[in-house]
Design a protein around this ligand. Sequence first.
Ligand code: SF4
Ligand code: SF4
Length: 509
Amino acid sequence: MADFDTPELKEYPVIPHIQEGVMAHSKPFVAKEEFQEQLGFPGELVDNWEQVAIDKMGELTGKYRSLQVFLDSCVKCGACTDKCHYYLGTTDPKNMPVARQDLFRKVYRRYFTFAGKHFPKLVGATDLTKEVLDDWYSYFHQCSQCRRCSVYCPYGIDTAEISMAAREVMDSIGVGQKYCNEIIAKVYKIGNNLGLPEPALADTLEGLEEDVEDDTGVAVKYPLDVKGADILVVTPSADFFAEPHVDGLIGYGKVFHEAGVSWTLSSKASEAANFGMFIGSYENMRRVSMRIREAALELGVKRIIFGECGHAWRVAYSFLNTLAGPFDFLDPKYPVPQHILEFTWNEIQKGTLNIDKSANDDMVLTFHDSCNVARASRMGPEPGGQFKIPRNVIKAVCNNFVDMAPETIHEKTFCCGGGGGLLTDDLMELRVKGAMPRMEALKNVIEDHGVTNMAAICAICKSQFTKVLPYYGMDMDMIVSVHQLVSNAIVLTGQTGEDDEDESADDAA
Ligand code: SF4
Ligand code: SF4
């Protein structure tokens, strides 16, 4: 099926021997001219690209002081070298975080430091050549911007920021990545990553209402563009149709129904994802975010709640107020934004939801912490809430839960292998190899504790695992949404139970 070997899963993590250049060939398709231009970038490589790139580097290091500090402060201690899932899975030394940073740093040194300008060889500084640019394109698209390396760096150097800057420089000279840039263009044109227009979205939601009523006998609503609703839900467009994402959306609707609140989705902001972050573009991240503000204002909602999407929650939690605020038109009682898990956990604590945990007894669950939630955001009022709240909710609706090894969860979690704008089939080898550390940890809890399913709260993680699990001999259906578990366990008020159905069938007979 594939023209590469799937890495072997070991019982204990093993730091691999390096194999230079084994992933140099891995490059995503380049974006077409029309999509580049829609995002405000040149359509193709500009003539004086070296100078434009250097000017952009200067602009970025001047604007983002953290970037300059990261470029100046690495002491080559080596603590990060074996912390990247892409290095562990591919064995290519340029996937060691420090080596990835150095691809950018050596050019920065050459043009922006005294030593690099005058004694380049002494400080490892190099000119920006076509060969260097090729390496950037390859290896800055082998970083999912997961920030795991930064957890282990004594200086807190964040390779994700360097990778974002490198992608922004490449976009500025006309070398953008097809997958991310085409998706952002679709959001501008239609409102979501999938290019799902309003009538198709309305049909899908109507279909969900029918399915839930058939299953439960209760008319749970999945409303779209309802003016005056209290809550605007912004969720990844994968929630509208893909498995297991849509089962999560069904769960959100059931929770809102039982909580007795009015809510709506928006056809204008029918996408939580914000790929502007992956390409490091503040302007595009802002433009994508503004749809949410505009939709909230047009619909007159009082609260904004985000569905299960990892990087969208990072953008929402960390940047939304700066990008699209102030949100002074919303109800000040609720933080902007909220996560669906915060809402659900609150309802569980209040006792609003009637839960039958045994509905999930056919599963033994583990939980995959998504990078952007774990290392770039929070949930709830307490530190570490982003680790506790998802687990609290899972344990409130399931009887069987086991965590994976401590060095692979919470802030040390491994990326699924498809984050950061790399969830594209032209990077399948990278995605499969990059998933190896997570697959290894999963296999261990399957063997030791009989785990049958892994829950996640990120659309990218769910899609990535669905695709890569079979490469490791595991079932693609073992990945589930957290709100799918909630949905299974909620007993809706007035719900027709299986016994009732059996009885009515007997009566009819
Ligand atoms: S941010 Fe993640 S993907 Fe990028 S170098 Fe660090 S560990 Fe690897
Ligand atoms: S851990 Fe930090 S200081 Fe050490 S080599 Fe890596 S980036 Fe440099």
